[in-house]
Design a binder for this molecule. Structure first.
Ligand SMILES: [Zn+2]
Length: 73
């Protein structure tokens, strides 16, 4: 079951950035929602987006910290 584009369009990152999310599908089936600001990744389980900070894989700069052009590390 794939999330609809309409649903993805109204979802937002639960962190302070509240940025839009985009849907990524890996392995042909595994769905994740990726924040367009902080690049944190949120799982989709049984077609249900899990937009919880505790369940997220934080982006390179951390949850809610925007990814920019600054080299990491
Ligand atoms: Zn975010």
């Amino acid at each position: 079951m794939t999330l609809s584009a309409e649903l993805v369009a109204i979802l937002a990152c639960p962190s302070a950035d509240h940025a839009p999310l985009r849907l990524e599908i890996s392995d042909g089936t595994t769905q994740e929602l990726v924040c367009t600001s902080c690049a944190s990744r949120f799982p989709v389980r049984d077609g249900i987006p899990v937009l919880l900070a505790d369940e997220a894989a934080p982006g390179p700069n951390g949850l809610g910290v925007p990814v920019d052009d600054t080299p990491a590390g």
